[in-house]
Write a protein that binds this ligand. Sequence first.
Ligand code: IVH
Length: 714
Amino acid sequence: MHVETSAMSPEQAEAELVRLDAEIARHNRLYHDDDAPEIDDGAYDALRRRFAEIADLFPSATDGLGAAATVGARGTRGFEEVAHARPMLSLENSFTDDDVKDFVAGVRKYLSLPDDEPVRIVAEPKMDGLSLSLRYEHGVLARAVTRGDGSVGEDVTANVRGIADVPQDISAATTAAVFEVRGEVYMTKANFFALNESLAAAGKPVKSNPRNTASGSLRQRDPAVTASRKLNFMAYGWGEVSEFPSRTQKGMLEFLAAAGFKTNSLTAEFEDVSLLLENHRGISAIRATLPYDIDGVVYKVDSLDLQDRMGAISRTPRWATAHKFAAEEAFTILRDIEIQVGRTGALSPVAKLEPVNVGGVVVSNVTLHNEEYIAGIDPDGAAIREGGDLRIGDTVIVYRAGDVIPKIKDLVTAKRPTGAKPFVFPTRCPVCGSDAVREVNKSGKLDSVRRCTGGITCTAQGVEKLKHFASREAFDIEGLGEKQIEYFFADRDLPVREPADIFTLRARNAASGRPIRSREGFGEASEAKLLDAIDGRRNVALDRFIVSLGIRHVGQSTSRTLARHYVSLDAFLAAVGEVAKHPTGAAAEEMSTLPDIGEAVVTGLGSFFANPGNAAAVARLAAELSVTDAQRPSATQSPVSGLTVVFTGSLARMGRDEAKAMAESLGAKVSGSISAKTNLLVAGPGAGSKLKKAEELGIETITEDQWFERVSQA
Ligand code: IVH
């Protein structure tokens, strides 16, 4: 039974807290002691959040409860958090031969390599463990940090000292001030099975797989336990390095091996995609015979200079990809199809499955994307799966591809129960009853997603938008969690229906006959705490402000890009106002030249601000806040910062996208066409009309070499 927090009696609250505490304690045990988590971090955090919300409302009911109160989030075991000097990136996945061909072609295109110039790729088995960063200072191991979220990890130095594969001292190979070695901690299959045997013999629960066991073993509170678990470490990369011993991936691996690290003996180099694919098939064939688990082959551009030129998109380098092996599969039953309404109004069907273990993870919910996906027919009329449409009661094959997200591969038509009927997708919003429609997009195609037309009048959207608004990645208002939002959204005296309402709450509360402190579950202290937390967020950075609006396709990274480009809220609002009025005008074009901003983002922003209700809500919100300007990185030092640059003709030293990324990283704007606003034209051989127009307008024109000269003066 799931009682709304706000409607709970003290007795119900106490019973629920006792139940949650026991459940959290059980998941702590599964995770910390057994390395066999049953739920993912999101589900675990939801349990803790619910506990905290109820505990906030009924503080005395937590007496004698321990688990939820004492242990921090499951992800931290009391290790010190350490920021990585260089982020620990993850890898883009490739699944098919075509994906790999596209990767190599993309590398060539990005670097604009001539057809006859080979590009050397190193292929390394992808170890299935957890990555670790080892910081050596003057050749001596100073710190070992887990990946964490890629930016901040946990200091596990004491535990790592017990891993025989990790040299304590590499000064014979390098005495560089800083040399961070990165690689994978793993447990061999043999050690894993031996551990399970001894656990079983002692009557203890066995571990589910080597990777979880390695992770749990590394993150033990007692270093002696880690040491007893026999972990291994294999090096494949680096972080901050003050002196490079080589400028190739292969050379770096050779250096790491000479310094005393294990490196993978199956590593090989290729210049031809067909050989890469052959190598992948070969490694896949011997995978089961290897002493450790691998889940694919990683391809990396060999030259470090080229790696540097390519850089990274968000969290993944452009110069590498993980070519995964075929996924793990399991059979289960489709029990129901639930329709959820997201904050953008999208009706998302979710398959409710009989829980099933797929490669070590219990899967019970899988997205079904949209109605075409359920019907098994894509927009072009082609079949999505062999078995046809999905019906409740069907036996389905679930798989997890390289990423953790489970998907439905197909269904077993022979097992369909008699009388199973095709699923009828609702044409009304299950939350507010408004029509749910499929928009026709610009190219005249029917959008595959059905959306509720209720807008802010639909509680699902209103509530979801507000939850997002107050969430960690947006305004991060403590004490205004999902339950409180639901509570105030439905409140008659102090309604919070749109973001601005949050910030007028204090004034409305002061004038209200039913102030927050008089409500059940609230008191003077919790009222003051909530209102103070809200006031504490009145100063907000522009990128957070943008993220908080919950506009389609505009997440954290995009918001940061927009904030850096437009700098002030006024400039941003002026630009999006223009885009709303003229979706293909100059403002839209300028926006689409920003890094990683494509048509979807521009359209998303345009249609959001074209809706007068939204624009007015944003204005009301802005009136309550002080939005601080963003800073343009490196804009002040660069010799091209602030300039609008156009590239034309064929470029020899860099690809088009690369040129654009480079100019933008130096604070310049890149435009596709010459106008009076253009400051600089970089023209390669074959430049035509743009060169002519630039000459007519008297715009400074330089060659590609001169461009490099100029920017190197930075
Ligand atoms: S390179 C800059 N190389 O895969 C790219 N990663 O999906 C950073 N992994 O977090 C990773 N074997 O835990 C790289 N030979 C290998 C790898 C490898 C396993 C893991 C690593 C990383 C994850 C990325």
